[in-house]
Design a protein around this ligand. Structure first.
Ligand SMILES: N[C@@H](CCC(=O)N[C@@H](CS)C(=O)NCC(=O)O)C(=O)O
Length: 228
């Protein structure tokens, strides 16, 4: 039975831009599994009722339904122990730190640079929900959030120093080969790449070079994604 993955889509259903869904897409590819993907929009929480919550990614594998990208990664290693591991035996604790850093620091920094671009790319019927929920979160308009981004991006790039530091020692966050830690952060960068034209990374940045190597994996899974 095929694996089904519910993914966040823009107005163009081929634009899949959720950082969390990308983590799962890379994770499945690492395992050599190709899911059937189903586009899902912000105002369709009821379509996910079967999963007991309202966010994507949601993975359906036979009788098993798993939501939350981290839980999905753990599930895939548990359910498919003979396929290449996503998290090294005993190494999940370190990747959990990377997960929390990506969710709370890296993606918060990216959101402050591109959140208005997301609104632009949504279907008109999804825009009011997105604007209202995000403006409540930021306590200002989406346009005010991204104001001054050409200057502020310098500070964002500086915040990637720990990532640059690790990549100076090893080609991947996973060491000699990519693992789920790489897919977490690649997912974070795939989000702005798919939904915004804002240049987040400098061409000469080693983070950019690692990112592009990551997008070339699995026959260019990341590189070939539809973008705005
Ligand atoms: N911790 C969850 C976060 C999932 C999440 O927040 N997904 C977003 C899409 S990027 C979502 O479904 N948002 C629905 C909403 O904002 O209403 C994970 O790692 O999967």
């Amino acid at each position: 039975m095929p694996i089904t993955l519910y993914e966040l889509a823009a107005a163009d259903p081929e634009i899949r831009f959720s950082p969390y869904c990308w983590r799962t897409r890379f994770a499945l590819a690492h395992k050599g599994l190709s899911p059937e993907t189903v586009p899902w929009r912000f105002t369709e929480a009821e379509r996910l009722a079967f999963s007991g919550q309202g966010r994507v990614p949601v993975l359906v594998d036979g009788e098993t339904v798993v939501s939350d990208s981290w839980q999905i990664a753990l599930y895939l290693d548990r359910a498919y122990p003979d396929l290449p591991r996503l998290l090294p035996e005993g190494g999940a604790a370190h990747a959990l730190f990377v997960n929390a850093w990506a969710d709370q620091i890296l993606q918060a920094g990216i959101a402050r640079l591109i959140v208005a671009d997301i609104w632009q790319a949504l279907r008109p019927e999804d825009q009011p929900y997105f604007r209202a929920s995000r403006e409540k979160l930021f306590r200002k308009t989406l346009e005010a959030v991204v104001e001054g981004r050409e200057e502020r991006v310098v500070e964002f790039r500086r915040s990637l120093l720990p990532l640059r530091g690790v990549l100076a020692h090893q080609p991947w966050l996973g060491g000699e080969a990519p693992d789920y830690a790489d897919y977490i952060v690649l997912g974070s960068f795939q989000w702005p790449r798919c939904i915004s034209r804002f240049a987040l990374l400098d061409d000469s940045d080693p983070v950019r070079q690692w990112r592009d190597r990551g997008y070339a994996l699995f026959d260019g899974l990341g590189a070939s994604a539809r973008t705005v």
